[in-house]
Design a binder for this molecule. Structure first.
Ligand code: SF4
Length: 364
């Protein structure tokens, strides 16, 4: 699994806490650094590459010649003969007919993930997005008409001043498009974001907790009506269209993360590259930590409970299995978890409380 981070954006969205900079001045040097890191770390990959994900930031801000340099470096240094899924994240305003056709003609990308967030122009303005609702619709159709049949869109619910009716409209718009995957996130207000400043100034008007829960319920019901299954707390897919790359994260598969702020996981060592473009280009600085058996067990619980697959009981180390199975009973009684021979699975309500339940099950 290979992830490549493109940390450039035209401007910062009001809710965004990801590492990205609102300038493309350093793109050339950054791509050169990416190519160097790809070459130097390809030996960490065990066997042929199965998934590649180019995320950001805004990868679709890159010109074709930049993306070509990345593709060439990947193809020259990794065995891509068994690549199952290759995703690129794009913003709607970048997906012109020419650009999307070029992406498809590279022959590499077979999945496109479009950052729609909302179709409501007022909401999009509040989010400081660059596109309109119509541009989002056009972007999806452009992708589809140019040969992409594996299209995902990102949406956000719980937005400021968003009524439940507006969220239902957003979903209707989304579900009338030729997509087979939706990532829908509940808005969180993170430190360092424009929304956090507005919240502190009393200028951000968020829906109530009950409204957010209702929007979450509507999300599950509406997507199900159109044949989507919720396979992770925030991810919905038509059968066979679940993201292979992201599903592997949730199953603790090792991955290599290239670029500023990218994380990697070897099965034991977690590594994170410096979240600063200049330091990344100059020094490839990174930090790493070795996870203990306790850390790995707790991550297995946390990641498993966020998916409808649940925790594979055999993945819980034998020493802690009895302890975890005992603690699970309380949540089974309250209908938040279900247990089969091999798996502990969250119920619909359990999925929403996955992080809290996981903390209760943690071993020490
Ligand atoms: S949400 Fe995406 S486009 Fe907006 S600032 Fe963050 S990374 Fe950039």
């Amino acid at each position: 699994m290979l992830y490549i981070h493109i940390p450039f954006c035209k401007r910062k969205c009001a809710y965004c806490a990801f590492y990205s900079v609102a300038s493309t001045a350093k793109v050339d040097d950054y791509i050169t650094a990416l190519v160097t890191e790809i070459k130097s770390r390809a030996n960490e990959q065990q066997g042929p590459l199965k998934t590649l994900y180019i995320g950001g930031g805004t990868p679709s801000l890159l010109a074709p010649h930049h993306i070509e340099r990345i593709i060439q470096a990947v193809e020259q240094n990794f065995d891509t003969s068994q690549l199952l899924e290759c995703t690129i994240e794009c913003n709607p305003e970048d997906l012109s007919q020419e650009y999307v056709q070029w992406l498809h003609d590279t022959g590499l990308f077979n999945r496109i993930s479009i950052g729609v967030q909302s179709f409501d122009d007022n909401a999009l303005k509040r989010l400081n997005r660059r596109h309109t609702g119509q541009q989002a619709i056009d972007a999806v159709w452009n992708a589809y008409r140019n040969g992409f049949d594996n299209i995902s869109i990102d949406l956000i619910y719980g937005l400021p001043q968003m009524s439940n009716e507006q969220w239902t409209d957003t979903l209707h718009n989304a579900l009338s498009l030729p997509i087979n995957h939706i990532s829908a996130y509940s808005l969180s207000i993170d430190e360092g974001t424009i929304f956090n400043v507005l919240l502190k100034q009393g200028k951000l008007f968020l829906p109530t907790e009950d409204d957010v829960l209702e929007q979450y319920d509507t999300l599950i019901d509406q997507t199900a009506k159109y044949g989507f299954t919720q396979y992770e707390i925030s991810n919905f897919a038509k059968s066979g269209c679940e993201s292979i790359h992201n599903s592997r994260y949730w199953r603790h598969t090792p991955y290599i993360g290239i670029g500023a702020a990218a994380h990697s996981f070897s099965g034991r060592i977690r590594r994170w590259n410096v979240a600063n473009i200049d330091t990344y280009i100059d020094k490839f600085a990174f930090e790493e930590e070795s996870l203990t058996d306790v850390d790995i067990c707790n991550e297995t619980i946390m990641l498993g409970l966020r998916t409808n697959r649940g925790i594979c009981i055999k993945d819980i180390p034998v020493d802690w299995r009895k302890y975890v199975l005992q603690k699970v009973e309380r949540f089974i009684d309250s209908g938040l978890l279900e247990k089969s021979v091999d798996f502990i699975k969250p119920s619909r309500m359990g999925l929403l409380q996955a992080d809290g339940i996981a903390r209760d099950l943690f071993v020490s």
